[in-house]
Structure formats: structure tokens, C-alpha cells
Ligand binder design. Sequence first.
Ligand SMILES: [Zn+2]
Length: 107
Amino acid sequence: MKKDKYQRMADALRADGADETAIEKFVAMEKEHDEFARNSGITDIAAYKKWMALPEETRRACLTSAFCLKCMSTTIAPGYAVRQDKIGIVIEGVCSKCGRRVVRCCY
Ligand SMILES: [Zn+2]
């Protein structure tokens, strides 16, 4: 049987020493992320791992300190994508208020 993307992801995480709870969480996030990322097509497990390794406080701070030029909201809606860029982790999402695309760099 051919393994799907999520199974391969779980295998990779397992090989990396992640515990099953974490793996489940990553895979669930990845699925959620895929829903969102259908248009942009960005999936970066390495960035996700880095992102998830940050303290929850830090992640929350990043998600609530983005800036929407249209409505001045600073919160990224759930379902954002995370990828690794030259400058660090980049969060791509939409404004929780108006749905405009918001990108924020984070570490
Ligand atoms: Zn907005």
C-alpha cells in the first residue's frame, strides 16, 4: 500500500524522535494547513517543526502582532501557513477581521 503524505510525514517525525502525541498534532495541523494552502501550495515541515518548537507565548505573540494594512487588525486568522525563508520563519495567513492576506516574519 502506498503511503500518503501524512503517513510519510508521521514517519519522518517518528524518525526524528517526535512522540506520537506530537506527531498526531503535526499531522492534524498539516491537514488543516492544506485546506488553507491549496492556493499557495506551500508546505514546509521543517519550518513547522521550528515554529512548533517555539514557546506557545511566542507563537501567540507572532500571530497577534501581524499588521493588516486595510483594517489595522493585527491578528492572523487560524489556518495560517508557516514556511522557512532566508530570513527566518514566515507566517502566511489572512487577517482575522477582513480576510486580507497577511504575511509576517518570525524568527
Ligand atoms: Zn484586515
